[in-house]
Design a protein around this ligand. Structure first.
Ligand code: 13P
Length: 245
């Protein structure tokens, strides 16, 4: 199981103190069945990296530029730069970036450049409320996935994170039956159409230490991408603990 903390545009040097509890928890836990990945903002990556040495926490970033090494792109960070400072995972295709202009083509290029730099990818996809109401979810998801994966070779480096846009930051989660069906649909497509033997499909959107009881019942989910509830270490640890109780 993957538990991924996406801090988004939150956090400063002081917030790093809260990670001490997570480091302690991960060291004490005998359970080897989970991976903890933290994606803080770029400004904290370097300090974060030093802090998590000798712990089970893995470092991730929240985005990268599609150009694989360097270039005249003011304000951008490449996958090569991320790799060089100890980042292992990168979130690509988050709806918060799609909504400010990131296209399927950008996402496809970012995935390719990240794979070239030996990063693992947390690829996000999901439907809007309008698309869900029109019963268009499956079609939308397949379109996003196909465009993202076009010409991508090492697809086993990708974690597929289903994040319905209407559930991000709203406190709403899909009905268990719907979520189970969607995850199943995506997994089958990844196996049959994209020849992935063991696709890992995660869920993200308003995951917290209360609704995890319900979400964990959906056994085909391979992990969770957690926004708001990952900012307090207690909430994050509770989510992990409750998943295995
Ligand atoms: P929330 O958990 O705050 O809804 O955010 C989910 C998300 O966007 C994770 O990438």
């Amino acid at each position: 199981m993957y538990f991924i903390a996406n801090w988004k545009m939150f956090g400063d040097i002081k917030s790093l103190n809260s990670i001490n509890n997570v480091i302690k928890f991960s060291k004490l836990s005998k359970n080897k069945k989970f991976k903890l990945i933290y994606c803080p903002p770029y400004t904290l990556l370097n300090t974060f990296y030093k802090k998590i040495q000798n712990s089970k926490i893995i470092l991730g970033a929240q985005n990268c530029h599609h150009e694989e090494s360097s270039g005249p792109y003011t304000g951008s960070i490449s996958s090569k730069m991320l790799k060089k400072i100890g980042v292992k995972y990168v979130i690509i295709g988050h709806s918060e970036n799609r909504s400010t202009g990131e296209t399927d083509d950008d996402i496809n290029k970012k995935i390719k450049s990240s794979i070239k730099n030996n990063l693992n990818i947390i690829f996000c996809f999901g439907e809007t409320l309008k698309q869900k109401r029109k019963k268009d979810t499956n079609r939308v998801l397949i379109r996003q996935i196909s465009r993202a994966l076009k010409g991508v070779k090492k697809k086993d480096r990708i974690l597929f994170a289903y994040e319905p846009i209407w559930s991000i930051g709203t406190g709403l989660i899909p009905k268990s039956k719907d979520l189970s069906q969607t995850i199943n649909f995506v997994k089958n497509k990844l196996k049959n159409n994209f020849r992935l033997k063991f696709p890992k499909v995660l869920y993200g959107g308003s995951v917290n230490s209360n609704n995890i009881q319900k979400l964990k019942e959906i056994k085909i989910i391979d992990g969770f991408l957690i926004g708001g509830a990952s900012q307090k270490s207690k909430n994050f640890i509770d989510i992990v603990k409750k998943t295995f109780i």
